[in-house]
Design a protein around this ligand. Structure first.
Ligand SMILES: Cc1cc2nc3c(=O)[nH]c(=O)nc-3n(C[C@H](O)[C@H](O)[C@H](O)COP(=O)(O)OP(=O)(O)OC[C@H]3O[C@@H](n4cnc5c(N)ncnc54)[C@H](O)[C@@H]3O)c2cc1C
Length: 391
């Protein structure tokens, strides 16, 4: 989690070695990824160079996946077999999609979605090409991607070359969201020719390299697909459920409100991978980002206490994470409108999309200054690139 890295140089100046471990050189910012697929952003707009961030903050970057955590020996073992000893560990490995078939493109970690972007670009680059896309999972991620992809084909006047099916096992898209928002998103997709297949569960995906995949469901004959996006929600990543750390029934690591892993006070966890005490938070970036400053402050306090020989601080000496009372979200729609929701409230309006763009770009500023560093609020709100309005 990047906020914990910012100002890591204040730690390294005190002789603390800070190491960032991630198999991906670039972190793709999920808030912008649906609009990257929708053609609003370029790839370079939506990604953060982790190696450069580490360097700028005096940290080392190890481009490997952590494969095992030994909390007693205080060692992280990487997939390549390297052992990284630690005094304090922050675990921010996000979440995984459950049971991803080999022939599907997962939404987690988000960088894995890139092949879908290439597929869309190849199709649009060839006047006679067509794309059959099946999106499995009609939650916020699957629906927002489907809205943006249909919006992009509509904007390019190529809707007839897109056959998009979104499959959701609940009786409507966006389970858990306000009824009006669910209907609004469904209608937008149907108006652009997408098939919305609710009350349907995908049972298998089979494919070969040179033929379309077959997507099997429990209600209809198999769907042929050139690309299958697997957006079926989140579970804890294998690193956690194969570890000796305490996890809940979905494989997320249990922490206190101070983000310390239960029974392992030198280990912290935050973001999607953490199950925080009594909180049942949606796995969304707004909660992850809000945990960043608490994580950073508590890492700082722990490093100081250990450095002074005072031992690990007790949770009462650390900051307590306080979540937003509601989960605010703005979904882009592939049109000029944004769809805002918090709790049972929702609204659709172009200003909401502008607000989303302002917030997203502002968030990216410190991490991708070459792309967003000089963008003022005025530019963000006032001089937006025109977004083609879909049907
Ligand atoms: C399509 C889509 C759109 C979304 N849009 C929004 C939105 O608009 N607003 C919102 O609030 N939320 C949104 N979300 C949810 C959001 O992506 C997550 O809640 C957020 O990214 C969680 O942040 P994180 O730091 O916990 O994990 P992540 O951002 O997933 O980062 C985890 C990092 O850990 C790395 N990692 C994984 N395993 C290992 C390992 N074994 N060793 C080392 N590194 C590892 C990964 O490579 C990745 O860089 C969206 C999700 C999707 C899929």
């Amino acid at each position: 989690m990047l906020p914990s890295l910012v100002h890591a140089d204040t730690w390294t100046q005190r002789g603390i070695d800070v190491t960032l471990v991630d198999p991906q050189r670039h972190l793709y910012y999920s808030g912008m990824v649906p609009e990257y697929l929708g053609g609003v952003y370029d790839e370079a707009d939506v990604r953060i160079d982790l190696a450069a961030q580490a360097r700028a903050n005096g940290a080392s970057f190890v481009q490997e996946a952590a494969a095992a955590i030994d909390p007693d020996a205080r060692v992280v073992e990487t997939q390549a077999g390297d052992a990284l000893p630690f005094d304090v560990l922050a675990i921010n490995v996000g979440s995984a999609n459950p049971a991803v078939p080999a022939d599907a493109i997962p939404t987690k970690p988000i960088a894995h979605i890139r092949p879908l972007a290439s597929r869309i670009e190849q199709t649009l680059a060839e006047a006679t090409a067509r794309l059959r896309l099946v999106v499995v999972g009609g939650g916020a991620a699957g629906t927002e991607v489907a809205l943006n992809v249909t919006g992009r084909f509509a904007g390019a006047d190529r809707l007839e070359d897109l056959e998009l099916t979104i499959v959701e096992q609940a009786d409507r898209l966006l389970p858990g969201f306000p009824a009006g928002l669910r209907t609004d998103a469904t209608n937008r997709l149907r108006r652009r020719g997408a098939t919305v297949s609710t009350g349907t569960t995908v049972t298998n995906v089979e494919g070969t390299d040179d033929a379309p995949a077959a997507v099997y469901t429990d209600t209809a004959s198999p769907l042929a697909a050139d690309a299958v996006l697997w957006a079926t929600g989140t579970v804890g990543p294998p690193l956690l459920h194969d570890s000796p750390l305490p996890t809940n029934d979905r494989g997320f690591v249990r922490t206190t409100r101070s983000l310390q892993v239960r029974a392992h006070p030198r280990l912290f966890a935050a973001g999607d991978c953490a199950s925080i005490e009594d909180l049942d938070l949606a796995r969304v970036g707004v909660h992850a980002v809000k945990q960043g400053p608490t994580l950073r402050a508590n890492l700082h306090h722990t490093l100081q206490a250990l450095g002074a020989g005072a031992g690990v601080p007790s949770p009462t000496d650390l900051q307590t994470f306080r979540p937003y009372p509601l989960t605010p979200l703005i979904l882009s729609t592939g049109t000029a409108d944004g769809l805002w929701t918090a709790g049972s409230m929702w609204a659709a309006h172009p200003w909401l999309l502008r607000l989303k763009h302002g917030v997203d770009r502002r968030w990216m500023r410190p991490y991708a200054p070459d792309r967003w560093g000089t963008t003022s609020w005025r530019e963000q709100f006032g001089a937006e690139a025109a977004i083609e309005t879909g049907a």
